[in-house]
Ligand binder design. Sequence first.
Ligand code: NAD
Ligand code: MG
Length: 384
Amino acid sequence: MSRRVFILGSTGSIGCSTVEVIEHLRSIDGDGSWPVVGISAGSNCELLLQQAAQLDVEAIAITNKAALKFKNIFSNSEELLKAHAEPGDIVVAAIVGFAGVAPVLTAIECGCDIALANKETLVAAGEVIMKAVQEAGVRLLPVDSEHSAIYQALSERPNAEIAKITLTASGGSLRNIKTEDLSNATVEQVLNHPTWSMGAKVTVDSASLMNKALELIEACWLFDVKDDRLEAVIHPQSIVHGMVQFVDGSVIAQMSPPDMKLPIQFALTYPKRVDGCSPKIDWANHSTLQFEAIDKIRHPAIQLAYDVIRLGGTAGAVFNAANEEVVESFLEHSLPFGAMVPIVAEVLGTITHSENVTLEAVVAKDTEARELTRKIISSQKVNS
Ligand code: NAD
Ligand code: MG
């Protein structure tokens, strides 16, 4: 089998893993298979050009305008898609953050299936995206490992048969740090993730458990469940990625070593499965699988996710925007680790939420939340 592919955010962690998967699939399916029509990135022109040559890509897009020499170049992913996408193509959405929303919508409108890594897109604009998916009749395939696991465990069984969806969380880089030391964790400590190698933002989100909060909201949209059928548990080994308990009490889990190439490949070849290029489980090395409840006092991000789910409307856009801003400030060493989640909570509690969820409303709330978050961050700097 083979499909025409776009990789948005190709120079990032998921983007680079996707390039590896494509090379692997080409080695199975032969010359000319798995054509990569277009790739895009925000920066890192050098790597983008290298990938374009390696994959023999037709067109590229780069937002951080540079004087690049390439036969077919666009200034953003939307332009690239509008010029080259055809119904039935598959677009790997691996841009980080809210910047992924517009390209995903464009891809859907072009009739492409989406392999979605960019969770922020569903958190901020879930209602808009799901409506567009329905109208266009395209497939939205999760790449986030937990959601890929749930998708695999569900195997298209009816929603009414789902009793509970459980997402696992590694606990992030600070899992073994005492609660009283958490608030002063350094950027270096936070970026040192024990089981997953990922981009900076998602690694920070993993440490604050904001990643799991975003994923709970993402799961609501993907699987049409609310907070009463959704939970997250700590699972330090990152072997079980997600589980579905069905109404009869049976639980189906998906397991594999922590490597994003598996969920990426699953989305690309769906509904087929082919030989995988990520490591396989060696049970001799995994004699212990632990699960523990998440301490909601230590990790207030989880409660915020449930608040966002109950609030609905544009609450997700506000939550996501505030989080993107605090993470950026933390990574610039201008905000303590422990200040991030309380600021997100303050922004979520201050901004009024609109029920009318259009793309324009989402963009407006995103802007409003970012402005308020920056204001709070700078007032904290003045006071400290
Ligand atoms: P990353 O920071 O490594 O890469 C982000 C990519 O997006 C880069 O290629 C960057 O140039 C590109 N980009 C940023 N702004 C852009 C724009 N406006 N237009 C085009 N490209 C732009 O991030 P990552 O770790 O690969 O994560 C990507 C997404 O996948 C995130 O939403 C993350 O939450 C999600 N995700 C990542 C992992 C993982 O293992 N890394 C796992 C699950 C989900
Ligand atoms: Mg995940």
